[in-house]
Design a protein around this ligand. Structure first.
Ligand SMILES: [Zn+2]
Ligand SMILES: [Zn+2]
Length: 130
């Protein structure tokens, strides 16, 4: 079951891709986003609370899998969601690489940023019965 279905939508959201002026921690893999790296910043009001999420380029790329397959995912649970879908029967070497890469925090950001994630997800959707 897709966790996004239980999520309240954002009431206000600013979704930007700034360059880090100082070190931040990735909301999803918790690696350090270093000064000078471009990251995804989601700041907004959701369910009565203001929140800011900073997502590293690697996790942002991996999140495309969730965007294509499930139309989203609850922030701060990308890893759990990818794993959950793996357990639900979405199996491929590409998805496995994303899960393992994330678990290793992308080798502290030294791994290449995953590419072709959207295409991978669309291909997998074609293989898995709804
Ligand atoms: Zn799903
Ligand atoms: Zn990350």
């Amino acid at each position: 079951m897709c966790a996004i279905e239980q999520c309240a939508p954002w009431d206000v959201v600013h979704d930007t891709q700034p360059r880090a002026h100082q070190a931040h921690q990735c909301t999803e893999c918790s690696r350090t986003i270093r000064r000078g790296e471009t990251y995804r910043k989601i700041h907004g009001l959701c369910d009565g609370y203001w929140a800011t999420h900073k997502i590293c380029a690697h996790c942002d790329a991996a999140a495309q899998w969730m965007m294509v397959v499930c139309d989203g995912y609850p922030l701060n649970s990308l890893y759990d969601e990818l794993l959950e879908h793996w357990r639900d029967g979405f199996r491929s070497a590409g998805l496995f690489r994303l899960i393992v890469g994330m678990r290793r925090r992308w080798h502290d950001g030294r791994d290449p940023v995953p590419t072709g994630v959207g295409a991978l997800a669309r291909q997998m959707l074609g293989q898995v019965a709804a």
